[in-house]
Design a binder for this molecule. Structure first.
Ligand SMILES: [Zn+2]
Length: 317
């Protein structure tokens, strides 16, 4: 059986389970992401929308939002991306990282066009600020915002200089890439940030397979700013989302196929479900934002621009 037909089978199975949940509970509209027959990411990251978004709270164990929702922050995503942020923040805490991970924008409740971003429209993109240290003392400090770093790892244009925290930023990359439920397809960052991280990983003897994954997944975007001030993380569509028209917007790495098997079996994140129930006003009608047709996210032809790095076998949709 080909990987695409396996993915389709899993997608249909996920859809069937979601429909069964709908029949049993009558409230599947409250179930986030892959657990809901209707929930999840639609279309492409730059043109799509988000059905039944899951809310990331302003703060939680090991993380806090750069902008709260009242300050204009975008806090909605699929359960997959919201779960990934929570798990990676917890992983950093377990490693003894005392400063919280600062989280930038995800998407709006229904997705669609947002200010500040070209993508971030279908709930699978999130910005994570770089961990940083005080340059003079070397102490870890909470990232005060989007701080740019030069090729030497020094902050640009700050009165009190900061240093790019190589150790903690690499640990964050490790947490993202080792999360079997996240399906990370891209971690955008500037080419010199990527080079610093990979040099560090090799110097400390990080596992070869992890360094190889990082070498593929870390990338400077070609169509926007170089990302010298934050990681932009994108996760793959789940098989269930893909059946409903989600398009990945990045390479489907060979190892993700196994990760999807595990992801399909992931129990629902209770915290995320509670946050969703708190966040959505009674009577809220779900659907695409104004100006976006649901049918515009129907499964389409593969976009050749998604196929990158042909040195390894990729599946592109
Ligand atoms: Zn971004």
């Amino acid at each position: 059986m080909t990987s695409s037909s396996r993915a389709l089978r899993r997608g249909l199975a996920s859809l069937f389970l979601g429909l069964a949940a709908h029949a049993l509970t009558g409230c599947a509209h409250l179930l986030p992401g892959a657990a809901s027959p209707e929930g999840g990411s639609r279309g492409k990251p730059s043109t799509g929308w988000l059905a039944h978004g899951v809310r990331l709270p302003d703060r939680g164990p090991g993380f806090e939002a750069l902008r709260t929702e009242s300050e204009g922050g975008l806090h909605f995503g699929t359960d997959r991306v919201v779960g990934m942020v929570r798990r990676s923040a917890r992983a950093m805490m377990r490693d003894g990282v005392a400063v919280p991970l600062k989280v930038g924008d995800l998407s709006g409740l229904r997705g669609g066009q947002v200010t500040r971003h070209h993508s971030h429209r279908n709930g699978r993109d999130v910005d994570l600020l770089y961990f940083t240290r005080d340059a003079a003392s070397g102490r870890p400090v909470i990232a005060p915002g989007f701080i740019r770093y030069n090729r030497a790892g020094d902050s640009v244009g700050l009165a009190t200089p900061l240093r790019f925290d190589l150790e903690r930023n690499w640990r964050l990359v490790e947490a993202l890439l080792q999360d079997p439920h996240a399906g990370v397809i891209r971690v955008f960052c500037a080419s010199w940030i990527k080079a610093m991280l990979l040099d560090h990983a090799r110097r400390i003897g990080a596992p070869g397979w992890l360094v190889e994954r990082a070498e593929l997944v870390l990338a400077q975007p070609g169509d926007s700013a170089p990302h010298d001030d934050h990681f932009h993380v994108r996760v793959a569509c789940t098989p269930g989302e893909r059946v409903l028209g989600c398009q990945d917007g990045g390479p489907l790495w060979p190892w993700l196929d196994k990760d999807w098997e595990k992801a399909d079996a992931t129990p629902m994140d209770d915290d995320a479900l509670l946050a969703l129930m708190e966040a959505i006003p009674p009577g809220f009608v779900h659907g695409p934002p104004d100006g976006i047709s649901p049918s515009s996210a129907a499964p389409g032809k593969p976009d050749a621009s998604y196929c990158e790095r042909p040195a390894i076998e990729l599946v592109c949709r």
